[in-house]
Design a protein around this ligand. Structure first.
Ligand SMILES: [Zn+2]
Length: 246
């Protein structure tokens, strides 16, 4: 677990110690999330008044988290893959195990966003859609947005099938996203999202990758790929990534 603290916000990058399991947290669709184990220590460390997650579906859908949303909709009650908010001490988070958590912060508008981008979500444009919502709802300028990538499957281990390139044909820079090694093909998910962000006007020096550890080869993290390869009886957990405005 790492907490990245900046003057205006905290980001929590969890790991396998989070011990979050979908079959368990999907039933937590009431308002008691920050008073549940194992969320309590996180809520205390980040001084959270509330914490919001979605039922993730690898889509490009997302929501603005405001006071009305917090009163009406419990965490995990809505489907989607990104959240944006201007509310202080309201954590917004994603669960992942190989998919890329993408955090955005706009220093001028004082807003944050978080997206869950596996290859499906990345290809349908969940991260560009989050940036578009930040522009529309809060008048953010992509030039003022800083981005952090959390832990995800990376090119060292993210093996894909020979037909996978068809998924990427719509992207102008797609030939950089796949690397051949012998008979195998490896996909660079963080690079796809980085390309999407820079095309929208986010500065490449504002995209920070020091927390983007590979979940497949670094066993400190939950990995769907690594877990599934151990057999169907293996219950694969998720790590949490949470951003909160102070
Ligand atoms: Zn790796």
């Amino acid at each position: 677990m790492i907490i990245h603290s900046a003057p205006d916000y905290h980001i929590y990058f969890g790991d396998a110690k989070d011990r979050m399991f979908p079959d368990q947290y999907k039933n937590w669709n009431d308002f008691s999330l920050i008073s549940r184990e194992p969320i309590i220590p996180l809520a205390e460390r980040l001084s959270l008044h509330a914490l919001f997650f979605l039922k993730q579906t690898h889509s490009s859908q997302g929501y603005v988290v405001n006071q009305t949303m917090l009163k009406k909709s419990p965490p995990f009650s809505k489907e989607g893959d990104f959240l944006i908010t201007q509310e202080s001490r309201v954590g917004i988070g994603v669960m992942s195990a190989d998919c890329l958590p993408v955090i955005a912060y706009d220093k001028k508008r004082h807003v944050v966003g978080i997206a869950h981008a596996g290859w499906r979500g990345a290809v349908v444009g969940v991260v560009p859609e989050m940036v578009n919502q930040l522009k529309q709802v809060y008048a953010c300028d992509p030039k003022d947005i800083s981005v952090f990538f959390g832990p995800s499957a990376k090119r060292c281990c993210y093996k894909v099938g020979s037909n996978f390139s068809e998924q990427l044909e719509a992207y102008p820079l797609h030939d950089q996203l796949l690397q051949k090694q012998g008979d195998s093909l490896f996909f660079d998910l963080p690079l796809l999202v980085e390309q999407q962000l820079t095309l929208l006007g986010v500065a490449s020096q504002s995209i920070r990758k020091e927390y983007n550890t590979c979940t497949i080869c670094d066993t400190r993290f939950h990995s769907h790929r690594r877990g599934s390869s151990l057999g169907s009886g293996n219950r694969v957990g998720r790590q949490m990534t949470v951003v909160v405005l102070k």
